[in-house]
Ligand binder design. Structure first.
Ligand code: 4NP
Length: 147
């Protein structure tokens, strides 16, 4: 199964979501491939924000080798599920959906809550890690074959 994590810049939240989800899936022996992308293009080609790299490392996850890319229409074909961090990402991604089937793949990572953007507040990276981890654990529960 292929899962895509999406935020605005693809340097803070979605790289964490990619790293956490891949880590959890690997730990459960699930054959899942996780990727991430941003709706914006400002940071394409860059690595994740060093504050996200540090937060992940503090929890034993290495996201330092990820490379930022922008979300593209082809992602609707390539991925089974697309998880977005907030309502802006939700409407930006949905606006690119070619049909209903594609639109149905898009969900908020936390179901009914948003993952806030930590970009302008260093203190928010750890709480954002915890929130994303909670969301990922719930998704593993819902989507793993033995759930
Ligand atoms: P992210 O955070 O969407 O979690 O990666 C952001 C990173 C960069 C910018 C905005 C949000 N930016 O405007 O450059």
């Amino acid at each position: 199964m292929k899962l895509l994590m999406v935020c605005l810049g693809n340097i803070c939240r979605s790289p964490l979501a990619e790293g956490i989800m891949q880590h959890l899936a690997d730990g459960q022996g699930l054959d899942w491939q996780v990727d991430s992308a941003g709706t914006g293009s400002w940071h394409v080609g860059e690595g994740p924000d060093r504050r996200s790299v540090r937060a992940a490392r503090n929890h034993g996850i290495d996201i330092s080798r990820q490379v930022c890319r922008q979300f593209r229409r082809k992602d609707f074909r390539d991925f089974d599920h697309i998880f977005v961090m907030d309502k802006y990402n939700f409407s930006d991604v949905l606006a690119m959906a070619p049909d209903e089937e594609a639109a149905a793949k898009v969900k908020l990572l936390l179901g009914d809550r948003e993952v806030p953007d930590p970009y302008y507040d260093d203190s928010q990276f750890e709480p954002v890690f915890v929130l994303i981890e909670l969301g990922c654990k719930e998704i593993v529960k819902q989507l793993s074959p033995d759930s």
